[in-house]
Structures are given as C-alpha cells and as structure tokens.
Design a protein around this ligand. Structure first.
Ligand code: LLP
Length: 389
C-alpha cells in the first residue's frame, strides 16, 4: 500500500491521528470528473463528508461546486475556493440567520425541504430585495437498501417535501414572489451499493418532471444527490466505478437535454483516501476472547458505534500469525468497538493498527467526549517532504 519509508515515518508519529493519501484523492477526483464530463453532469462535493481545509482546497481546484447543509459549511466552502455560484444549500432545519447568509452570499440554489421553508425563504428574500433560486427537495419514498440511519428517501424520514404537497406548491407558484422555483432535488440515502436503487429513483424523477411539464411549470435543473457507496471490505478497490454509476442515470433518466443534471457526492470522493492510525495500549485476554484496547475510539471514528459499520483494520507492526481479536477504544461507552472477532497478526502492546476508509464521515464527526483532544491529521505529500528534512 504505502512505501516502507512512509510507513516508518507514520510509526514515529504520536497516535491517534488521521492520515490522508492526497495522491489517491487526486486520482479519484480525476476519475469522477472525467466520468461526469462524458455526460455533462455537474458535481457539487458534499462538504459534510470531510471539511478539512486542505482536502477542500484540493477538491475546489478541480472546479467542483459544493453541497452545504449549514451556514458554516457555506462559509468554509467559499473560504476554501468553492464559487458561491456553484453552492447548493440543503437541510431540513435552516435557521433565518443561515438563510440570510446564503441569500447574501448569492449561492446557486436552496434545496428546500418543506412548504413552510419556501414561505420563510420567500419572506427573507423579500427583506433582502432579492429573488432567489430554489430547487424542491422531494421525498420520493424509495428504499435505498442501506443502513436505516443513513436512509433519507422514505416517507417516514424527516427529509424532503412529500409528493402529496407538490400540487399545492405548483398551484401557489406565483404567490412566492421572491423565489424562482426552477429545480428538483432528490437524495435518498448514503453508502448505497445496490445500484438498482438509482434506476428506481430515475423512474420517479421522470414521472415528477413530466407532471411539472404538464402543469407548465418550467424547470431547468435536477439534482440527484449523493449516496454512491464505497467498498469497506476491500478498500484496495480504491476508486469507485463512477462510470457505471453515471451510466445508470444516463440510461434511465428521460429528461430533455436543456435541463441540467447535478450530483452531490461525498463519501465516494473522499472515503478511501483517509486512514486512522492508532496504537494498541493493552491486550485483555479472557477465556472467551482477546480484546485489543487501542488509543482511538468512537471520538475519532463514530461509524462503527453509530451504524454498526465495519472498516478494514490491519496491524501495521506485526507479520506474525493471525489471531482473532475484538478491537475496542478507550471511551466509556459499551459500543466503543471498531470490530469484533477481527483477524489481526498477533498483536502486542505498542503495535500500530491502521483503520481504512475513514476519509468520509471520520474526522468530521470527531468529538471531544471524555474531554479527549481532537486527533491531528497528516497528508502523504507534506509528510514525505517533511521526512526528508
Ligand atoms: N446530499 C445530501 C442532501 C446529503 O444529505 C448527503 C449525505 C450527501 C449529499 C452526500 O452523500 P454521500 O455521497 O456522502 O453518501 N455519517 C453517515 C453518512 C451521512 C450522510 C448524510 N448525508 C456515515 O458515516 O455513513
């Protein structure tokens, strides 16, 4: 995976820490850009997946737009090179302050999640003497076949405008005097690996688009959200098959050429370029199991505790025979495990463990629970330069 020189540099750094392979990120960015360009699709990177400044700058250099879900994300996106004219702003709970800020920043579009929100944005736009672009985030009631905590497109989820409210919005279009309702937005969930789900989404999108056409409601863009999953079991398959993903939309969407198609990928761009390095503090052995207690916990990577997610873990210090271990963090929570019954080379106190695929929703979900310090991050390009000094 990495050169011996890099591994030996990493082993000298105080753990726990995040490590980003910037050359993999660059390759992934080229891959998704090339695939999207084939179909003229527009990309907005979902800032929530990883908002680390260096990562953001690398991504914005490739001329991505940004998908933001808070005023702070909009600010960070603009500060790190994303053009406000390519920012979309989603979220079920936008505050008046955030709406004001987004209006004043002249973002591309609000992805609006309820009728009441339309009314509030209209009012605040009027106070600002502006007309703002809006896309309706619609809840298509589609099961994304992913973990229930990252499913967003079922009618029981809090996200999006129910299809049953669309008639009212269409009829009231002219009463929203300070809104240009000109787009539709969908995002049905995250870590989606069953790609047939996206084909189902296209069928619903076609139907809704046609309904708007029939009512003479002009739309000029459709945003299909993010959600493409990555391979956590075999992270060596590092770059997702973006071409296969986009081809599903190209094949199944039946939307006129002049309507622009947008996507908001997060995980598929940054997921595989991040690692968490942690040290084995203690090995606890009972008759039932061996548990490695490491110095990173759910404060550095919440995904296993919150979504029962499994990340590949290896012992980077040992090439001994394999044994089965539970791998637990130091946090005072019973759910603070990175995995149970995981095969690792025989592990001893002081060994360094590498946890894969933490580039998305890793560092950005870190917390200070138990008054822990936020773990530092290092990047392959600068670390290698520094190790020569
Ligand atoms: N667009 C919207 C409106 C979203 O809510 C999300 C993610 C995305 C785009 C990007 O989705 P992606 O391409 O990354 O799947 N913390 C969870 C994931 C939460 C996803 C939230 N929304 C995890 O660690 O799995």
């Amino acid at each position: 995976m990495f050169s011996e020189q890099l591994i030996s540099t990493l082993k000298k750094i105080e753990t726990p820490f995040y490590f980003y392979d910037t050359s993999l990120l660059q390759k992934t960015l080229f891959a998704i850009k090339d695939a999207a360009d084939l179909f003229n699709y527009n990309l907005h990177y979902a800032i929530k997946a990883n908002a680390n400044k260096k990562i953001l700058r690398l991504i914005s250099k490739h001329k991505f737009g940004a998908d933001c879900v808070s005023g702070n994300e909009i600010e960070v996106a603009i500060d790190n090179g994303f053009s406000a004219s390519k920012i979309v702003f989603a979220g079920v709970g936008k505050t008046d302050k955030e709406i004001n800020y987004a209006i004043q920043s002249n973002i591309f579009s609000f992805n609006c999640e309820s009728v009441q929100e339309l009314e509030v944005i209209d009012k605040i736009a009027k106070q600002n003497n502006k007309t703002v672009r809006v896309a309706l985030r619609i809840n298509p009631d589609i099961n994304a076949n992913t973990h229930q905590n990252i499913t967003t497109g079922l009618k029981t989820n809090k996200f999006g405008i129910p299809i049953t409210d669309l008639q009212y919005i269409i009829s009231q279009k002219h009463s929203f005097k300070n809104l240009n309702i000109e787009g539709l937005h969908f995002h049905i969930g995250s870590q989606i690996t069953d790609l047939s789900v996206f084909a189902k989404l296209c069928i619903v999108v076609n139907e809704i688009y046609n309904h708007f056409q029939d009512k003479n409601f002009k739309l000029n863009h459709i945003n299909l959200g993010g959600g493409l999953g990555i391979n956590y079991t075999k992270p060596e398959n590092q770059i997702p098959d973006f071409l296969a993903y986009f081809k599903i939309f190209q094949k199944n969407l039946n939307i006129p050429q002049n309507v622009k198609i947008h996507f908001e990928p997060g995980r598929s761009i940054v997921g595989q370029c991040g690692y968490l390095f942690t040290k084995a503090l203690f090995i606890k052995e009972t008759n039932e199991q061996k548990t490695v207690i490491v110095d990173a916990g759910l404060t550095e990577l919440l995904r296993p505790a919150l979504y029962q997610a499994s990340h590949k873990i290896i012992n980077s210090s040992s090439f001994d025979i394999k044994e089965k271990y539970d791998i637990a963090g130091p946090i005072c929570e019973t759910s603070d495990y990175f995995g149970k019954s995981i095969e690792l080379s025989k592990t001893s106190r002081g060994d360094i463990l590498s946890i894969y695929s933490v580039g998305a929703y890793g560092e950005v979900m870190a917390s200070k629970y138990n008054l822990r310090s936020i773990a530092p991050k290092y990047f392959s390009d600068t670390l290698l330069q520094e190790s020569f000094i």
